[in-house]
Write a protein that binds this ligand. Structure first.
Ligand SMILES: [Zn+2]
Length: 73
């Protein structure tokens, strides 16, 4: 049985990592880091663990297979 719909079309890896959609801005105060601001990015991103290609989550779920985001320059 083929499982090609579950792997990265670019490199064939079946492992993906998510990028948190939040990050803190830190300042070094009084000998320790203090959070001075928190930012949220628009959306969570999923990238291939092996080659780092960005996965199009919405399109992947719609088509039922891994679809990479086509980055237009
Ligand atoms: Zn890959």
């Amino acid at each position: 049985m083929s499982t090609t719909h579950k792997i990265c079309p670019a490199c064939g890896s079946d492992e993906f990592v998510s990028t948190p959609n939040r990050y803190d801005v830190l300042a070094f105060e009084e000998s320790k880091f203090e959070v001075v601001d928190s930012h949220f990015t628009d959306e969570e991103t999923v990238t291939c663990r092996e080659c780092g290609e960005v996965v199009d989550i919405e399109e992947s779920e719609r088509q039922g297979k891994i679809v990479l985001k086509v980055l237009t320059p």
